[in-house]
Design a protein around this ligand. Structure first.
Ligand code: ADP
Length: 647
């Protein structure tokens, strides 16, 4: 039996595979089974509509043109896993189909429509896609793996190269270490390398061992401060600081006492603690580099000492120094030199020569001319200071010659010898005065003796005693003068010995007055604390009073009374000898007690050596007392002295 249309329609409708039929040029959807409508996401209303009306979302997809192509050509179309995007519930859903478009012909063989048989392969395609994706991922991973492998290989290769390089650089390191050690060993200065973490000496050269006076076995591999313990106290903290801070430490001429070969020695060292850094920038060692500069320092100190000694000597001797250069006529002088010359500093040789006394001007040129052959300068010249003051200066110098024997410069000194010259003059004057003073009594003595000799044959009782008296007086005068001279020389040598005793002062004064032997002409007026006694060298003090009384008679002959007074001043006894003579000008008073000083206020020629007051002052001062004079011109002088009141 041939199934009727209804059965056929039922078959088509019930097929799980989408089947639909498109008819006519308008492509009207004539049949669409349930599976088709499900795949399209549409309902039965699409049947009877044109393909484009029923499925407007396919407008830009190839299906309509494919249908038309089959209608036109009668060639079926097959597609496998073709994609179709349907609008389902308002959303575009991607589906895949394997389908065929078959032409449907009428009994006359005309093409009237297209039948589509399809299978929804969306799940399949999606799975396939997934698998493909997975495959791709796997491929990708594979590729990744391969690339990683390659990287690994490259890395391995690199590692091998690094290893090689490392071996090479280790070798180089060893080499450079060896070179470094050699450098240390051969260095011209002391080097010691000390490990930072344990202070062990890792390298040390002979010069260092020599510097610290230690044997190699004492230092090599030992802790530095065990090796050189004497320096630890001062330098261990410094080294520690270098290790901590990484900052080098340097010292110049550091004074260190080292036990060198068992004996302590003081040395001066220039040294540096140099931090040595490892690759990570940490201090791995300290390199000590040092030089013994003791010889240099000691030599310099010796020179400084000598210079200081010379400077002191020059200062103490009040010496002015100068340097003169022949070629440039430059004259460099010390401040003291300028002072001696009487000029401000910065003088020229011409300035100097201009200062000379007219009679001595030639001396400088003469000395210089002579020095060119003798190499020495020594002369004394007078210089005129401001206000016409004459200064005596002694110049002494040495001339230095250049390699051609030409005088190059003069180094010299100048000393102010004005006082010395004055003293010399005083001495010369003194000798002539002393001779003159001695000559008078000696002449008189000689005359007396000559007369006595003459009278020997015819003695004359009246003249004889007079002559003897005169001879005795002359002799006394001579012995007084000689005594004075002897006293001065004894005093100069500090040889006066005091023989102290207690005596009544008034008695001593009377004795001194009577001693002058001219009591008839002069009277003594004694006043004050007449009962006082003193503890002193009576003989010497009497000598002082005799001097004062003699002076009163000599210089104030008109005053016939000699006033003497004794005053107890508590701590001392004051004894005064006063005359009513001419007095002494105030400007002369300060020099009165100086040796050889003679004021000669009267203008008369009064004999004397200028020693009496000097000797008196010496005696009083040796007793711890004071001496002085109060004088009013025209009214007289009061010479006084004090003696300490001793128990
Ligand atoms: P001299 O008497 O041998 O010259 P002195 O030392 O005794 O030495 O005296 C120093 C100077 O002091 C004297 O030259 C004199 O000018 C002055 N002089 C001393 N005593 C008196 C006096 N009483 N009156 C005035 N002048 C005096």
């Amino acid at each position: 039996m041939i199934p009727n249309n209804e059965i056929l329609a039922g078959l088509i409708e019930g097929s799980p595979y989408p089947i639909f039929l498109i008819l006519g040029d308008d492509l009207i959807v004539a049949v669409a089974n349930a599976a088709t409508l499900k795949a399209w996401g549409k309902d039965k209303s699409v049947v009877g509509k044109s393909f484009s009306e029923a499925l407007p979302e396919l407008k830009d997809q190839p299906f309509e043109s494919l249908l038309r192509q089959v209608m036109a050509t009668g060639e079926p179309y097959y597609a496998v896993n073709d994609r179709a995007d349907f609008l389902i519930d308002g959303q575009i859903k991607v589906s895949y189909f394997t389908f065929s478009y078959q032409p449907l012909k009428d009994a006359n063989g005309h093409i009237i429509g297209v039948v589509c048989y399809a299978t929804d392969v969306t799940g399949l395609v999606e799975s396939a896609e997934k698998i493909k994706e997975l495959g791709e991922q796997a491929l990708l991973m594979n590729a990744q793996l391969a690339s990683n492998n390659r990287k690994l290989e490259a890395f391995n290769e690199e590692l091998a190269t690094i290893n090689e390089e490392l071996t090479e650089s280790n070798h180089l390191l060893e080499l450079s270490e060896a070179r470094f050690k050699n450098l240390i060993l051969q260095a011209p200065f002391a080097i010691c390398v000390i490990s930072a973490n344990n202070l062990i000496v890792t390298a040390v050269n002979a010069r260092y061992l020599e510097l610290v006076g230690k044997k190699r076995e004492q230092l090599d591999g030992a802790s530095i401060w065990a090796g050189v313990p004497e320096a630890a106290e001062l330098y261990a903290p410094i080294m520690q600081e270098v290790i901590r801070s990484g900052i080098a430490y340097s010292a110049k001429e550091a004074k260190v006492t080292l036990i060198r070969n068992g004996r302590p020695e003081q040395v001066f060292i220039d040294f540096t603690y140099e931090p040595v850094f490892d690759v990570s920038g940490n201090v791995s060692a300290v390199m000590v580099v040092g030089i013994d500069v003791s010889e240099k320092v000691n030599a310099r100190k010796a020179i400084e000492e000598v210079e200081e000694r010379i400077r002191l000597a020059v200062e103490a001797a009040d010496i002015g120094t100068y340097e003169y250069r022949f070629s440039t006529d430059d004259f460099v002088a010390s401040e003291r030199f300028s002072e001696i010359i009487g000029l401000k500093s910065g003088l020229t040789r011409k300035d100097l020569v201009d200062q000379y006394h007219p009679e001595d001007k030639k001396l400088s040129d003469q000395a210089l001319a002579e020095a060119k052959t003798t190499g020495r300068i020594l002369y004394e010249a007078r210089l005129l200071h401001q206000g016409g003051m004459v200064k005596w200066v002694r110049f002494q110098a040495k001339v230095y010659f250049d390699e051609n024997g030409q005088p190059e410069r003069t180094l010299g000194t100048a000393i102010d010898i004005t006082q010395h010259k004055a003293l010399q003059q005083q001495k010369d004057d003194f000798i002539s005065i002393a001779s003159h003073e001695l000559k008078t009594p000696i002449t008189s003595l000689k005359a007396s003796l000559q007369l006595i000799t003459k009278l020997k044959e015819h003695p004359n009782q009246a003249v004889f005693p007079k002559l003897l008296d005169q001879a005795t007086r002359s002799m006394n005068k001579i012995s007084e003068l000689v005594d004075d001279l002897l006293n001065v020389s004894k005093m100069n040598q500090g040889q006066i010995e005091l023989k102290k005793s207690r005596f009544k002062v008034a008695d001593m004064l009377e004795r001194a007055f009577s001693h002058i032997g001219e009591t008839s002409k002069y009277s003594l007026v004694l006043e004050g604390d007449l009962q006082e006694s003193a503890f002193a060298d009576e003989h010497r003090i009497e000598q002082v009073v005799v001097n004062l009384v003699n002076n009163a008679i000599k210089y104030a002959p008109e005053s016939h009374s000699i006033f003497m007074s004794i005053k107890n001043e508590g701590e001392a006894i004051k004894i005064t000898v006063r005359d009513t003579g001419p007095g002494i000008p105030p400007d002369k008073i300060p020099q009165l007690f100086d040796r050889y000083y003679r004021a000669d206020a009267s203008g008369k020629q009064i004999s004397g050596l200028g020693l009496g007051l000097y000797i008196s002052a010496e005696i009083v001062e040796r007793h711890g007392g004071q001496i002085g004079v109060d004088s009013v011109l025209g009214a007289g002088s009061s010479f006084w002295f004090t003696l300490p009141m001793l128990s």
